[in-house]
Design a protein around this ligand. Structure first.
Ligand SMILES: Cc1cc2nc3c(=O)[nH]c(=O)nc-3n(C[C@H](O)[C@H](O)[C@H](O)COP(=O)(O)OP(=O)(O)OC[C@H]3O[C@@H](n4cnc5c(N)ncnc54)[C@H](O)[C@@H]3O)c2cc1C
Ligand code: SF4
Length: 490
């Protein structure tokens, strides 16, 4: 156990954010330096409970009390070994995970929980600084080739694991850079792209091959993959956004969030976007429809581009600020205010957008909303949306960003050509990660629907285990979740 009195001696504390006016001028990470001794004090708050619910809260089954103890003992090498035994990319999750582990922390029952996510990031950063993160190629190769389609966190985790198991892995990515939504969805102020590049260099040195501008089903025939590879892992993400089919949807200035975010991430990376229609919030009244992570990222990006105003609209009611009683250790449905919201944003709940109003040039000039009530049906328990008469309102708007979630993966191309079976929601149907087509596996958002980076890593790892077992006559050298320390050469 770290320090038996740690949680009595130290309050939860986290690195300070950079001042809003400063951080809005750039896309750099938001947090200031935090001295290691303060992180050690945070680790000492872990109570090493008999039943660590945080393990279960984390989709990767991260062995949290053990790495907290190692940090407390200032044994950062051991802390990294423990952390990396269950998590291939703690430098990603340590920055952008919503930390369901912290909602399950036992200390959280009557005190602020242990700062697990921050400790995770600190361990990863110390490990890089001190050279503990090194390419770890397998001692021997199986001679089997595996193709991974899609280079988001699921594809990267699957590739990393399969390479460790000795297979020769090629990752195919249709974009011009590796990383999936880590690269072209999540803004740099949440995850600077040098963090991805640093990891990719380690993976490449360990033997993972990457092919960009490789759109499987378009410029890479699916037949070639089936012929050349012993197994294929589909990690193409959930990329079809939910639309808003209302009058005026065809107005100029109405875009899906991902069009806006992707272009901006390219711009921040110094890429030439001059051939694309410029999507800029500068000087505009921006409205973001959708209250989740994607919407918040649009808010932060719009403010950095110098929007005149930013408003985020959500159709659901405003969530409570306090966790419901008896909710622990589950994920609480509470109001979350992100760093992007703190930078300037009006937030509105229970508003339904009825119409987009255009000017004489066909460009959006306002949206018309109506307030709704969510009425619980006493018989079914379902909530019904009831528009409130006389509450219509027009909101001036020159840029409308639709961030209302993603429906399912793209079917056209890859999935159609492979003839893959889909589940009721249109995601890839895969039992134990094996799809309905022999030797083709699936993981991440493409299989489970839109989710989180931590779940994508978890799915990539689990799919890799299934693939390894398939290739090696039922026996995998890769360990499954909760089996503790990994693996070949780790
Ligand atoms: C704007 C935004 C912000 C988010 N913020 C967070 C956050 O802060 N924290 C968090 O935990 N989660 C966040 N998420 C969710 C998280 O990013 C995803 O759940 C996660 O990236 C899914 O990983 P994946 O590997 O399954 O798919 P993706 O990351 O979507 O990667 C799929 C990749 O496959 C490629 N691809 C698809 N089809 C083909 C093909 N035929 N050939 C070749 N390549 C192909 C795509 O180009 C893409 O690069 C966010 C999502 C969005 C959209
Ligand atoms: S990956 Fe996320 S859930 Fe798991 S320990 Fe880290 S912050 Fe917590």
């Amino acid at each position: 156990m770290a320090d038996p009195k740690g949680f009595l001696t130290h309050d939860r504390s986290l690195p300070e954010l950079r001042p809003v006016q400063e951080r809005k001028k750039d896309y750099k990470e938001l947090y200031q330096e935090f001295p290691p001794e303060k992180t050690i004090a945070q680790a000492s708050r872990c109570m090493d409970c008999g039943v660590p619910f945080c393990h279960n809260g984390c989709p990767l089954g991260n062995i949290i009390p053990e790495f907290n103890d190692a940090v407390y003992e200032e044994d950062w090498r051991t802390a990294y070994d423990i952390l990396s035994s269950t998590n291939n990319f703690p430098e990603f999750t340590g920055r952008i995970c919503p930390a369901p582990c912290e909602s399950a922390c036992v200390l959280g029952i009557n005190q602020p929980p242990v700062a697990i996510e921050h400790i995770e990031k600190s361990i990863a950063e110390v490990a890089y600084e001190r050279g503990y993160v090194r390419p770890n190629p397998p001692t021997s190769r199986t001679g089997k080739q595996v193709a991974v389609v899609g280079s988001g966190p699921a594809g990267l985790a699957a590739a990393d694991q399969l390479n460790r198991a000795g297979h020769t892995v090629t990752v195919f990515e249709r974009d011009d850079a590796i990383g999936g939504l880590l690269r072209y969805g999540i803004p740099d102020f949440k995850l600077e792209k040098s963090v991805i590049d640093r990891r990719l260099a380690v993976m490449e040195a360990a033997g993972v091959r990457f092919q960009t501008n490789a759109n499987v089903g378009e410029n890479i025939p699916v037949g070639r993959l089936l012929a050349d590879y012993a197994a294929v892992v589909l990690c193409g993400g959930s990329t079809i956004p939910r639309d808003l089919p209302i009058p005026g949807r065809d107005s100029k200035g109405v875009h899906f969030a991902m069009e806006f975010l992707k272009q901006n991430n390219k711009r921040v990376a110094g890429k030439d976007v001059s051939s694309e229609l410029p999507l800029l919030a500068t000087g505009k009244n921006v409205i973001v429809i959708g209250g989740g992570d994607t919407g918040a990222d649009c808010v932060g990006t719009s403010n950095r581009q110098g929007a005149a105003s930013v408003t985020q609209i959500e159709i659901m009611s405003k969530p409570p600020t306090e966790r419901a009683e008896n909710n622990w250790p589950n994920w609480p449905m509470i109001l979350r205010t992100s760093t992007s919201h703190e930078e300037g944003c009006e937030r509105e709940w229970a508003l339904m957008t009825k119409e987009i109003i255009k000017d004489e040039h066909g460009a959006i000039k306002a949206i018309r909303t109506v307030r709704v009530l969510w009425d619980k049906d006493p018989e079914t328990g379902r909530f019904n949306m009831v528009p409130q008469e006389g509450t219509e309102k027009d909101w001036p708007c020159e840029l409308l960003l639709l961030a209302a979630g993603f429906l399912h993966p793209q079917k056209q191309g890859l999935l159609e050509q492979l003839g893959i079976g889909l589940d009721g929601r249109g995601n890839v149907l895969a039992n134990n990660y094996q799809t309905t087509v022999p030797k083709i596996f699936a993981a991440g958002d493409m299989r489970r629907g839109q989710s989180l980076v931590v779940w994508a890593i978890s799915e990539g790892r689990e799919a890799a285990k299934s693939v390894d077992a398939f290739l090696e006559e039922g026996e995998s050298v890769l360990e499954a979740r909760d089996q503790g320390k990994l693996v070949v050469n780790a």
